[in-house]
Design a binder for this molecule. Structure first.
Ligand SMILES: O=C(O)CCC(=O)C(=O)O
Ligand SMILES: [Fe+2]
Length: 355
């Protein structure tokens, strides 16, 4: 197949990223679904499967796993600390405390209101969305021009700099459904994303996994999962310490496509008689979401179970995963972090990051 590739440079769809933990996680063709309501989409095929009364046993004669058995509900003994108050303004002390056991944020690049201090255009607003485990959003992380540029990289089957892959999830639990499409990018093709990630986080380029672009079309999703890496694959770079994703387009209220954390809430004390609201982040063009699948010592954090909710319109994101140690990239062929170093330096200057 490799030879065929060489003779047909236009064939860009790689057969496998080599990560697929299960064949059920493979991309499947989207079924025609009613446009519009996320609820309608959620009620479709998925619901009918759940309600099926036919006893289905696996090849060991055991009932197949359910979402509930793979991702058991967290009980109240698993401590979590939402934001103390919903209207809380940015509080650097709180942020410092929240980030303590995790990969570092370069807080010296933010003022006391959480505004970025770089000179270039485009000021970021850092927001703390949840204290423990820490979850952050960064408004205006990408400009609208940058969003546009990155969205275009997923046009067609991709270019040599962004290769579409069929089975890109690390998720060990085959119960997770991922119907979205992922492109693996060359590091040197995404210097803006890398420069911005390094401005925000205390990381070396060598710790960064192949940058990825994800597209969800109508009805597509990535159901409940952890971003942590299964033990068998830890040899390459160790655990994923941080997930940084950038929403490239807006999803209005009711359009779905939010990133939802099943076990996290938006405020500490729900009003009497009311259920605490689940932490859900709605895509807004240029906004980044940052959370930590594992503590800085590599211990996975079960509280970060999340999903990319079914989208009723096209949703696109750019995504980076930061590992504990040196990560060796493998897709596309000969994709290497160091090939982007020079470009990232230049990008730092353009963005006003260089001192
Ligand atoms: O698309 C989203 O909102 C979340 C994506 C995600 O969780 C993932 O790709 O691991
Ligand atoms: Fe994820």
């Amino acid at each position: 197949f490799a030879i065929a590739h060489r003779h047909h440079p236009r064939v860009r769809i790689a057969l496998s990223a080599g990560f697929g933990a299960s064949s059920t996680a493979r991309k499947k063709k989207t079924k025609k679904k009613k446009k519009g309501l996320v609820a309608a989409l959620e009620g479709g095929e998925i619901q009918s499967k759940k309600d099926s009364r036919t006893p289905q046993l696996d090849r060991f004669g055991l009932p197949p796993p359910t979402e509930e058995s793979v991702f058991p509900a967290l009980d109240d003994s698993v401590l979590r600390a939402p934001l103390p108050r919903l209207d809380a303004a940015f509080n650097k002390t709180l942020v410092e405390r929240a980030i303590g056991d995790h990969l570092g944020i370069n807080l010296e690049n933010f003022d006391d209101e959480g505004l970025s201090t770089h000179r270039g255009e485009g000021t970021w607003q850092l927001n703390l969305l949840h204290c423990d485990p820490p979850v952050f959003s960064i408004d205006d992380f990408f400009t609208s021009e940058e969003c546009q540029e990155y969205m275009e990289m997923t046009a067609g089957d991709g270019s040599d700099d962004a290769v579409q892959v069929l089975s890109p999830t690390f998720s060990a639990a085959s119960i997770s459904r991922r119907t979205s499409t992922t492109w693996f990018c060359r590091y040197k093709g995404v210097p803006t994303l890398l420069a911005k990630a390094q401005r925000l986080l205390d990381v070396d380029l060598s710790q960064i996994e192949e940058p990825q672009l994800v597209r969800y079309r109508t009805g597509e999703e990535f159901s409940w999962h952890y971003d942590e890496i299964p033990t068998k694959q830890l040899a390459n770079g160790g655990q994923r310490l941080a997930t940084l994703l950038v929403y490239l387009n807006d999803m209005d209220e009711g359009m779905g496509g939010a990133t939802i954390f099943r076990d996290l809430h938006v405020e500490s004390r729900a009003k009497v008689g009311r259920k605490a609201k689940t932490l859900s982040v709605r895509p807004q063009a240029g906004k980044a979401l940052l959370f930590f699948p594992a503590y800085k010592d590599g211990r996975p954090d079960v509280r970060t179970l999340h999903k990319g909710e079914i989208a009723s319109e096209t949703k696109k994101i750019a995504q980076l995963w930061i590992h504990e140690g040196v990560y060796k990239a493998s897709v596309p062929d000969e994709n290497r972090q160091q090939d982007a170093e020079e470009l990232v330096l230049r990008e730092n200057e353009r963005l006003g990051f260089a001192i």
